[in-house]
Ligand binder design. Structure first.
Ligand code: CDP
Length: 225
């Protein structure tokens, strides 16, 4: 069974998907982590921004970015280095949407993401998991939340003062900029899958949003066997 969770930046997809997978005994595939890992490797290789649009499959291959199953999720590697802990930096945040908008990058990752679903029950989250990567997924969710709430969660996640109005405002700006790039790009833009269940997490606690999705999946399994 494949469950997809898509939505804009900071809507809580990844942490929700991880908890849902844990509760159901599914594997968790955080597709954003793969885009982040590739972005980290592109930056670490010192490839200048003006060359990104002409990146070839061979150049992407040479970065040797891959995910290795670990626990119920994946650890991300670039060559021999485990970069799982390095891919949520401010620098990667600022560059991941432009990298993810490159058609060559999306083609390169598509098969890799799909092959992660072979032979396992999967909860996966991202921007296009229900629309492009797994259009036939059994259950699809679309998470949204107010930009201010998403910005506050991001600041708290990074241990920064969420009550400082200036910081909050600039985080809202960064989140909205990323949403804009993600939803207006030519290839696989962020879009609500037509058959998705909507979940607005603005006023939900983390446990509530996890609970709602788990309940839907369990009901689906009860009905479909
Ligand atoms: O956690 P957050 O919502 O901030 O982002 P993420 O899920 O880690 O994804 C980081 C970036 O990767 C997004 O802003 C998108 O540009 C890109 N992405 C994508 O294009 N397609 C996906 N399926 C997942 C992520």
């Amino acid at each position: 069974m494949i469950v997809t969770i898509d939505g804009p930046a900071g809507s809580g997809k990844s942490s929700t998907a991880a908890a849902v997978a844990g509760r159901l005994g599914f594997r968790h595939l955080d597709s954003g982590a793969f885009y982040r890992a590739l972005t980290w490797a592109v930056l670490a290789a010192g490839i200048p921004t003006e060359h990104w649009h002409s990146l070839t499959t061979a150049q992407l291959d040479a970065l040797n970015v891959r995910g290795e199953p670990a626990g119920s999720g994946y650890r991300l590697f670039a060559a021999d280095q485990d970069i799982t802990g390095l891919i949520r930096s401010v620098e990667v945040n600022a560059n991941v949407s432009p990298v993810a908008a490159l058609p060559a990058v999306r083609v390169w990752l598509l098969d890799r993401l799909r092959s992660a679903a072979l032979g396992v029950d999967l909860v996966t989250d991202g921007r296009d998991m229900g629309t492009v990567v797994f259009p036939g997924a059994e259950q699809k969710f679309y998470l949204v939340a107010d930009a201010a709430v998403r910005a506050r969660r991001r600041l708290l996640e990074r241990g920064e003062a969420a009550h400082d109005p200036e910081r909050l405002q600039s985080e809202i700006g960064r989140i909205e900029a990323r949403d804009r790039i993600d939803s207006t790009r030519a290839v696989a833009p962020l879009r609500r899958p037509a058959d998705a269940i909507d979940l607005d997490t603005t006023n939900l606690t983390f446990d509530q949003q996890v609970g709602v999705i788990v309940a839907h999946v369990m009901e689906w399994r009860r009905v479909h066997g």
